[in-house]
Design a binder for this molecule. Structure first.
Ligand SMILES: NC(=O)c1ccc[n+]([C@@H]2O[C@H](COP(=O)([O-])OP(=O)(O)OC[C@H]3O[C@@H](n4cnc5c(N)ncnc54)[C@H](OP(=O)(O)O)[C@@H]3O)[C@@H](O)[C@H]2O)c1
Length: 327
């Protein structure tokens, strides 16, 4: 084998790049740890309060737990309430439509007489109502073991003609309420050294989605936030799982459609029934999985999407966008 000056130069450059990458990784790990110490207190090396050494495993005990579900009046959130009702001790159900929540409460309590169900009518897009909900938790000493940040809404159409109020609502419900509630219940979970956070993202969060630009961006936020939080909480006994379904037949499509549009749902082979989405999510949460993508077709599609170079993705997205665009 012969090495010329150029190849040695390239090899040296690669080593330098690798060195820089390692230094960056070390810096990132160190600052993650420092952040954890700053947030939760404790010494920087192996403080048992952080669970770094001899840490409790991050497993959520669903039997007898207290669950808070946002967006429980319909779709995936309502199904979570139904599937957890036989195992949880208490459920707190949050949404705007109180009549729907009351109906669900009556149904669940009839089937599970020992289950305590509280309902709260809250518009999560209204910061004052969100604040009032969190104050109510404190006043009532509400102890949440599992937080399911499920409430969310989408929009289907070009950004240029989108409703600015809808864009704001998506950001407030999908992102702001999710991080506020998580921040609110987390210290309690850390003190108990157990708990679970299940965040509803979407497969749309893996890719920029022309025609759902704001929605997909809010879900990318949720996925990124959940992964980072999971890393920060490693060793504390708290599980963080992000659920990324593909299309699921719920009211979502009706809510997301524009006044002049039709509800859009993907091809049949990627649809997963809401019952299966929730079953997979509960299983994933109990197994401390970082991410759950229900359905084989969506798992495969998301793997391919993640492996496709951005350059190629941009071309595909441009084609897809110019075909569907109504701008
Ligand atoms: N269906 C899908 O294809 C799909 C795919 C991937 C991810 N997801 C995600 O899954 C989650 C649940 O969606 P879904 O399919 O079950 O939709 P859905 O049937 O439309 O249910 C949405 C829930 O969110 C609540 N919600 C919406 N805006 C709210 C607000 N301002 N304040 C309080 N609650 C609010 C709704 O309750 P009220 O209207 O009574 O307030 C409802 O309970 C969302 O985060 C969505 O992004 C859905």
């Amino acid at each position: 084998m012969c090495y010329n000056r150029e190849s040695i130069g390239r090899f040296a450059a690669c080593l330098k790049l690798l060195g820089t990458a390692c230094r960056f990784a070390a810096w990132a790990l160190a600052s993650t740890h420092k952040t954890r110490v700053a947030i939760f207190g404790g010494a920087s090396s192996g403080d048992p309060a952080l669970g770094v050494a001899g840490a409790p495993p991050s497993t959520v005990k669903l039997d007898g737990c207290n669950v808070l579900i946002t967006g429980a009046s319909a779709g995936i959130g309502r199904e979570f309430a139904r599937q957890l009702a036989g195992r949880a001790r208490s459920l707190i159900l949050v949404a705007r439509r109180e009549d729907r929540l009351a109906e669900l409460r009556d149904e669940l309590q009839e089937q599970h007489p020992n289950l305590a169900v509280q309902i709260r009518q809250v518009d999560l897009a209204d910061p004052a109502q969100l604040q009032e909900l969190m104050e109510w938790f404190d006043r009532e000493n509400i102890n949440v073991d599992l937080l399911i940040n499920n409430a969310g809404l989408g929009d289907s159409g070009p950004f240029a003609t989108s409703d600015p109020i809808r864009n704001e609502q998506m950001t407030l419900v999908n992102v702001v309420a999710l991080i506020s509630l998580t921040r609110h219940v987390l210290p309690q979970m850390i003190a108990k050294r157990r708990g679970g956070i299940l965040n509803l993202s979407s497969s749309a969060g893996f890719l920029p989605v022309p025609g759902s630009a704001v929605y997909a961006a809010t879900k990318a936020y949720v996925t990124s936030f959940s992964e980072a939080l999971r890393a920060e909480l490693h060793g504390t006994g708290i599980s963080v799982c992000v659920l990324c379904p593909g299309p699921v037949r719920t009211e979502f499509q009706q809510v997301a459609k524009r006044p002049d549009g039709r509800p859009e749902i993907g091809p049949k082979f990627v649809l997963v029934p809401v019952e299966q989405v929730v079953r997979d999510a509960i299983k994933g949460l109990e197994a401390d999985k970082p991410i759950v993508i229900p359905g084989f077709a969506m798992k495969l599609a998301m793997l391919l999407a993640r492996l496709t170079p951005m350059l190629l993705l941009r071309l595909l997205l441009r084609r897809y966008s110019s075909r569907d665009s109504t701008v």
